[in-house]
Design a protein. Structure first.
Lengths: 128, 128
DNA sequence: CCGAATCCCTGATGATACTG
DNA sequence: CAGTATCATCAGGGATTCGG
C-alpha cells in the first residue's frame, strides 16, 4: 500500500483494467516494479541463466560452461542481481576448493509460470 | 518447423518441461524468439508505450506528451520496432496537416494477457 | 574454484536542428 | 503534425588481471 508510488502502482496491471494518468511521469515509470522486472529479464544473460537453473541447481563453472559466450564478470553480475531480487539462492560449501551452488528460490520457480505463458504467446504468433 | 533453429527452438517453453542441451550455443540463444521478445520488452520505452496503447489508440504527439521524458527519436524507434513485430498498427490520415494514429493489433492485445500474468507475479511478490 | 577490480569499447539513448 | 538527420553521451557488456 504505502510503497511510495505516486499514482502508477503497477502499470501493466492498471493499464489492462484501468486508466493511466494523463501524463505518466518518468520517475513513476522507472520506479514501477514491473518495469524493473522486464528490464532485468531483458538484459543479455538473465533469461538464459534462469532457464538453466530451471532445469536444476548449478555450480558457478557449470553455468559458465553451459552458457556459451558469457564472461565470468557477467555471470557473476547476473547471478547477483537474481539473488538480490530473491529469485536465486546462493549456497556455499566450505570444501577445498570452495564450491558454490546456485538454485532457483520458490519465487524464482513461480516466475517460470508467467514466463511460460509469454513463451506460449511467442510460439502462437509463429504458428499463425 | 524449418525455422533455422539448431536445437533450441523456444528455450523458455522447453526449459520448463524439457531439458536444454549440455551447452546452449550463443547463436541459438540470440536467435530464440523468446529472447527477442523479452529484449524488446526490456528496452527503455516499449512497456510504457504498450501500456498507453492498451488504453486506446493514440496520435504521435499524444504519446509524446503522455510518455514523460521520451524523445521524438526514441518514440519513433520504439513504435517502428513494435510495428515491425506486428504488435502495433500505424494508420495515416491524409489530412492537412497529416495525422497518424497508432493502435495495438490483435496480436498486440493478446500480448497483454501474459504481460498481466507477469505483472500479477510482481505484485504477489510485494504483498508476500 | 569463485570471484573482485580494472580498463575499454560499442550500441543504446538523449539533445538539437531541420523538413514534407 | 509527424517525423528525419546529426552529433553527443552514457551505460552495458567484454577482456584481462589479480586474490582468497
Amino acid at each position: 500500500m504505502s510503497d511510495g508510488n505516486t499514482g502508477v502502482p503497477h502499470m501493466v496491471t492498471a493499464a489492462v483494467g484501468a486508466r493511466l494518468p494523463g501524463q505518466v511521469r518518468a520517475a513513476d515509470y522507472e520506479a514501477c516494479p514491473v518495469t524493473h522486472t522486464v528490464r532485468m529479464l531483458g538484459d543479455k544473460w538473465t533469461l538464459l541463466v534462469l532457464m538453466l537453473l530451471a532445469e536444476r541447481a548449478h555450480r558457478f563453472n557449470e553455468l559458465h560452461r553451459r552458457a556459451d559466450g558469457i564472461s565470468q564478470r557477467m555471470l557473476t553480475r547476473t547471478l547477483r542481481t537474481l539473488e538480490d531480487d530473491g529469485l536465486v539462492a546462493r549456497t556455499v560449501f566450505p570444501t577445498v576448493p570452495p564450491g558454490v551452488e546456485y538454485d532457483l528460490t520458490a519465487r524464482g520457480r513461480e516466475l517460470l509460470v508467467p514466463l511460460s505463458a509469454l513463451a506460449d504467446w511467442v510460439v502462437q504468433g509463429r504458428a499463425a
